[in-house]
Design a protein around this ligand. Sequence first.
Ligand code: HEC
Ligand code: HEC
Length: 374
Amino acid sequence: MKLRVLLSISVITTTLFLLSCEKTENDAVDLQSLPLPQLSSSLESYDDIDDLSRNPFFRGIPGGQQIDITDAGATLGRVLFYDPRLSINNRISCGSCHSQKHGFADPRQFSEGFAGKITSRNAMSIANPSANNHFFWDSRVSRIEELALEPVRNHIEMGMEKMDDLVLKLNNTSYYSELFHNAFSSEEISPEKIASALSQFMCSLISVDSRMDQGLNNGFANFSELERLGQELFFGQKAMCGSCHSSGNFSAPDFPGGGYSQPDVQGTANIGLQLVYTDNGKHEGQFKIPSLRNIGVSAPYMHDGRFKTLEEVVEHYDNGIALHKNLDSKFRTNDGARKLNLSAIEKLALVAFLNTLTDEKFLNDERYSDPFKY
Ligand code: HEC
Ligand code: HEC
């Protein structure tokens, strides 16, 4: 008898113990405790967002993402972008890894997913994706609608493998029927509509008001001497940065025949970070030539977040390039990897120029901010 009581007590305690373990492991967030997003009408207008084609830097560039953005579509996309319900255990939203004040990049070297596992790459910034045809560090996706659900399904990032489960969860969330109705004239929720709304929000993330953009309109009268020296170096033959980081986004030119020496590399290059890569990117150490917009606030840098500061990045290009077998021809000389031989002032100048790409208006635009007030 005594034994049976003891046994059942131990069964109960083990069960309780297991239950409590399970709870901490999943760390499920109580859906009811997540408040409604606050969308005051003044924040819903994406109408006055500068059309990229109005910026001289982007004019005349064909290609890019051809998607129609409506206020209601981008508004729904904003809510989805910041809603942790998009992860299997309601812990992680897109905004957990793409932080507005860091140019929608992650300030951590690697990001933490829904179950505490870390991503193998650094989460990059997002700005003007509509002028981009290659996404992710290995340029594996070309349409933004295709990209949008990938992080949701990803087993490390959000773990929502079955789209039906996501649709069910959003159907059970009070505010979505109205948001979907406003955006698509029907309350019905589908993975395609989720992808479309997320894409509309992302394509409304337009950054065209950095000091560099302002300089375009005033002959760079707003630049200091150091910044002007940096600009000359960036676009000149000595540092050659602009030969890869080009076009309106300071990334690979995303238009047909956009100056690629090898059309098959899809906007990627090898910059000799090391001799042997553990992550091979698109192909043998070739990675996407990323946009440098808001680069001053989107540290750490490179696909593996190896550099903490822009000074370290410039130091790499100046004298740290490894003679990888795929090293881009721009970094090769007859006898090895090129050294830029920049003076101390020139290095400072390059960093100063890179910092002119920070767009404070973009980083503080409420329409891009988290609508959930905790
Ligand atoms: C757990 C962290 C995490 C979450 C959550 C996350 N991302 Fe990302 N994101 C990353 C990482 C890491 C990369 C780079 C991955 C790669 O290159 O393979 C990335 C890359 C991207 C890019 C590519 C940008 C470019 O210029 O190539 C976009 C766009 C993006 N994410 C959008 C989203 C959206 C939309 C969501 C939500 C549905 C989301 N992300 C959720 C970590 C995250
Ligand atoms: C041959 C093309 C090429 C040239 C020239 C080039 N870059 Fe890059 N840049 C890249 C590629 C590719 C990456 C990403 C590499 C990786 O992560 O493996 C990169 C990454 C960067 C990053 C980090 C971006 C981020 O979001 O993490 C910065 C900053 C940068 N480059 C600045 C410069 C500067 C400054 C110069 C001139 C001194 C320069 N680049 C010249 C191709 C180039």
